[in-house]
Design a protein around this ligand. Structure first.
Ligand code: NAD
Ligand code: MG
Length: 362
């Protein structure tokens, strides 16, 4: 069973294929790689699990040659020296402008390999093979690629769309539980900002999703990609609407930064950030107590933290003021007006302070 979804971006449109066992489907890769040299970028965790399999599929799909580069694993390696290793591998193998780069891994590999594809020889074709739930529902859709700088995350990058995304649900069977929950945070977010029916489905299916039921996961990946693709196709370069995808992220980024990157995973911080944002919406009269409580319950059921760390209210506000998504200093919040409807708005600082204090962040 395979789902196909078309991301509608004019002449940069591309398909997303979703299903279990797609790493073995040579027919999905053949139109993009037949007669071409391919460079698979992966890391030391994902490589031993899936690299041989995809190289075999690429050969069967008619690739002229299939090379690979295996990078160290971790967000700290989403950096310039590691990017350079991709270019080194491409140049060593005499890869030309027709070479196809394949990203096999989570969002770190996808962002970095995508940026390499955007810049190598001024741009070569690129296929995303996301292997984390987060990368399947989030980072592989939307065309943002890039690396971190010591001064900030994702500071160097480009918008660059892939030729195709192949999301093999079977790869999620080896994903650590915490990483699975991180993907669920973004999935809950998609329901909360755009689709209450979907939020209800995610709520009802939570046990199946946690048990990695392939059918439930595939349908959820599909719906989440649809929601993100819909937002992105209306606002590819983040002029306005795309900002609603940051629901939970303003508070979440403060938690990630305040605790020290890597202590709380991104999705964990976003889960908790959504609980805080919902509480703020409740104080502002935008959500009912039932709605805020329901969102919190879904976050907890996804095995995500719902209680913010006691960073102190001043520290929270200071960290949020540094968020790069802000406009000219004013903190921009993504707020719900009822579940399923989101918009960006400033918020009264006193209400934000009360919200954080109530939740124990003070
Ligand atoms: P990740 O790439 O670090 O993967 C998480 C961990 O899981 C890593 O240790 C990885 O090696 C391992 N892993 C991956 N697939 C596995 C599998 N199938 N089995 C076992 N282990 C596996 O993290 P992520 O959450 O996928 O992505 C986070 C990154 O994505 C961040 O750098 C973030 O900035 C970026 N991101 C980008 C966008 C975008 O629009 N481009 C959106 C969201 C996030
Ligand atoms: Mg996110």
């Amino acid at each position: 069973m395979m789902h196909t979804l078309e991301v509608d971006l004019g002449d940069r449109s591309y398909p997303i294929y979703i299903g279990a066992g797609l790493l073995e489907q040579q027919g999905l890769f053949a139109p993009h790689v037949a007669g071409r040299t391919v460079m698979v970028c992966t890391n030391t965790t994902v490589g031993p699990l899936y690299l041989e399999r995809i190289l075999g599929t690429l050969q069967l799909a008619g690739a002229k040659a299939a090379h690979s580069v295996v990078l160290p694993d971790g967000e700290t390696y989403k950096d310039w020296p590691t990017l350079q290793r991709i270019f080194d591998a491409l140049l060593t193998q005499h890869c030309d402008r027709k070479t196809v780069i394949v990203a096999l891994g989570g969002g770190v590999i996808g962002d970095m390999a995508g940026f390499a594809a955007a810049t190598y020889m001024r741009g070569v074709p690129f296929i995303q093979v996301p292997t984390t739930l987060l990368s399947q529902v989030d980072s592989s859709v939307g065309g943002k690629t890039g690396i971190n700088h010591p001064a900030g995350k994702n500071m160097i990058g480009a918008f660059y769309q892939p030729q195709a995304v192949v999301a093999d649900i079977a790869t999620l069977n080896t994903l650590p539980d915490r990483e699975l929950s991180c993907g669920l945070a973004e999935i809950i977010k998609h329901g909360a900002i755009a689709d209450t029916d979907y939020l209800l489905q995610v709520e009802q299916w939570m046990p199946r999703l946690l048990a990695r039921d392939a059918e439930a996961l595939a349908l959820v990946v599909k719906r989440s990609c649809e929601i993100k693709a819909d937002v992105v196709s209306k606002d590819e370069r983040e002029g306005g609407l795309r900002a609603i995808l940051n629901f939970g992220h303003t508070f979440g980024h403060a938690i990630e930064a305040g605790m020290g990157y890597g202590q709380w995973l991104h999705g964990e911080a976003v889960g908790c950030g959504m609980v805080i944002a919902a509480q703020l919406c409740l104080r502002m009269g935008r959500l009912s107590a039932d709605e805020a409580a329901r969102l919190k319950k879904i976050v907890i059921e996804a095995k995500l933290p719902a209680i913010p760390p006691a960073l102190g209210v001043d520290r929270f506000l200071e960290l949020m003021a540094h968020d790069k998504k802000n406009d000219a200093g004013a903190i921009k919040y993504v707020l719900l007006s009822g579940l399923g409807k989101a918009s960006t708005s400033p918020a009264d600082e006193a209400l934000v302070r009360q919200t954080l204090t109530d939740l124990g962040a003070g």
